[in-house]
Design a protein around this ligand. Sequence first.
Ligand SMILES: [Fe+2]
Length: 269
Amino acid sequence: MVKATGIHHIAVMSADIKSHIEFFSDVLGCELSALFDMHGVPGGLHAFMHLNDHSYFSIVQLPDVADIPVEIGVTHAGSGAMPSAAGTMQHLAFRVDTADQLLAMRDRIRSKGVNVIGPLDHGMCQSIYFGGPDQMTLEIATPSGDFDPARWIDPAVLEKAGINAEEAERYKVPDAYDGEGGSVAQPPYDPDKPHQAYPKEMYQRMLETPDDVITRMGSYTEPPVKHDTVFEMVGAGRSCAIGCRDGVPLGSVARKSACRNTRSGCCQL
Ligand SMILES: [Fe+2]
């Protein structure tokens, strides 16, 4: 069965991408892994902050975002207990593996002068809560061990959500589809299905364009920093700032032949 197995990145809008990079690096300890002109989006900047080798927190800066007002209860929830428009992010919870790490993260965030509430024990996880840039509502959670969905899907809440027994069983066990080798064609436009909000004519043209043409026209595979430029930085005698999985020790002078670390910014070879 094919399914999404995690979040590669979640992208949050920003008026000032630097303030987000500063927060997620300095306060939360995420390394800046990528920052480039957003592919195919004139004026857009796109940043990726490293959570693990599979997941990034991402930030997008577009022109004129600063002119769009932040309105608690409309554009942003502002806290875990408040509403915002349907489809907007209510809150975002990062993960740590243990309760000790949860407290260590509370220490880290508080040591940067940011207030943190918690932990609260939700039974299936423990959580701490704090605010982020541009009024984001943030959480860090750690699992409380294996939990049994049979004890955490509340029949009374299924009823409140309008989910009947047959639907509940279907939601618990989705159909075991494996894909068809990428051969499924674009379905006809159906206004009742979800759609991206492109201008109508442009969207129709995109839907009519063969997939391989879209891929060819919309791909930007070259890193923005040329290999020679990076080599010159390292070749000038800079030391490895973090040590890396290629075995270059912390503080040693990185060599082109020895180091392929792509995260520290000092030895991207
Ligand atoms: Fe939560």
